[in-house]
Ligand binder design. Structure first.
Ligand code: GAL
Length: 368
């Protein structure tokens, strides 16, 4: 095993789930995780594909046990991780956990350097299905070698475990990580505001050729429903992450979200873009500073999705020639609004889209 292993079929489409970090930081505990897992079922998220419930930094006790094994913080997780994983599994979901490749996590808690095989084994014994490995406190270490060691450690457990690499894109993991992990971060941490979403989005524009089944670019977890993002901005964030074939890891409080936010996270025709089995990441085909157009090829029958992102503060009409999306201008195309889930009608030669400020219109295009 090691270099050259994946495609193992563990992430044929981008992983979907929830991660505790964006909304809760280190303030996590057993009740939060179980209530979140229940909310994932009750909200309909499980039914549209969300599977992984992942606890991020802050779950571990400040010391390992006398054998050197990880221990969960007893005040936060009195029942232990195995029981928690069992209860998450009982809901038809999968369980994920976090560690760090260096000497300490970013929150100064015990991390895994020198303990890779021991920790992977322990995670497997606990029933963990997904491991995120962070990159704090790794001075002087090479990510390729250390993440490859992690891949071997996870493989050696014999348990199928999705491997999420989190070194923030510094060493261009898209160039080497596809044979190591299933997803790799491409950027620094996302923040719950519009400018962070746009900054990260811009960094993805040249990365589409590196993604595919079992190896995904990860522009970071979702901030839908968090911070200062308006509902319209959350909608645009979610749509663009779906165009990018990004892992869809919700980062909000699922127990207390509004119907509007729930509707964004479960929008069936937007999620279907993200989860398209072909796994071709979308690319930006036009950008004039105010309006971006992103195109993603879908399926095998020439369908595609278009996201027209208006970054500005005023509405704009956008006209797009069919040749710009690789179609013969003479064909009639069928256009569907994938947020509204309604057919817009047929168009020939060009697609005309009325956009409003700070929003993304998402269209499905099919040749007749
Ligand atoms: C960062 C990572 C975040 C979160 C945080 C926890 O390095 O990018 O996603 O895991 O550490 O301390």
């Amino acid at each position: 095993m090691g270099i050259g292993r994946l495609s193992d079929g563990l992430a044929p489409t981008p992983p979907m789930g929830w991660n505790s970090w964006n909304r809760f930081g280190v303030k996590i505990d057993e009740d939060l995780v179980l209530e979140t897992a229940e909310a994932m079922v009750g909200s309909g998220m499980r039914d549209v594909g969300y599977r992984y419930v992942v606890i991020d930094d802050g779950w571990m006790a400040p010391e390992r046990d006398r054998h050197g094994d990880f221990v969960a913080d007893p005040a936060k997780f009195p029942g232990g991780i195995q029981l928690l994983a069992d209860r998450v599994h009982a809901l038809g979901l999968r369980f994920g956990i976090y560690t760090d490749a260096g000497t300490k996590t970013c929150q100064e808690l015990p991390a895994s350097l020198g303990y890779e095989f021991r920790d992977a084994r322990r995670f497997a014994e606990w029933g963990v299905d997904y491991v995120k490995v962070d990159w704090c406190h790794t001075q002087g270490m090479g990510p390729r070698a250390l993440y490859a060691k992690w891949a071997m450690a996870l493989h050696a457990t014999g348990r199928p475990i999705v491997f999420s690499i989190c070194e923030w894109g510094r060493s261009h993991p898209w160039e080497w990580a596809r044979t190591v992990g299933h997803l790799w971060r491409t950027s620094w941490d996302i923040q719950p505001d519009w400018s962070s979403v746009l900054t990260i989005l811009d960094r993805q524009a040249s990365l589409h050729r590196f993604a595919g089944p079992d190896h995904w670019n990860d522009p970071d977890m979702l901030e839908v429903g968090n911070g200062t993002l308006t509902a319209e901005q959350s909608r645009a964030h979610f749509a663009l992450w779906s165009m990018l074939a990004a892992p869809l890891m919700a980062g909000n409080d699922l127990r207390a979200m509004s119907d509007e936010i729930r509707a964004i996270l479960t929008a069936p025709e937007i999620v279907a873009i993200d989860q398209d089995s072909r796994g071709t990441q979308g690319r930006r085909i036009r950008s004039d500073g105010e309006v971006d157009v992103w195109l993603r090829d879908l399926g095998s029958d020439g369908r595609c999705a278009l996201a027209v992102l208006n970054r500005g503060s005023a509405g704009r009409e956008v006209r797009l020639g069919l040749e710009e999306i690789g179609m013969d201008p003479g064909t009639d195309v069928r256009v569907r609004d994938l947020w509204e889930r309604t057919d817009v009608g047929k168009m020939r030669r060009e697609i005309v889209v009325a956009t409003s400020a700070n929003s993304a219109t998402v269209l499905g295009i099919a040749a007749r």
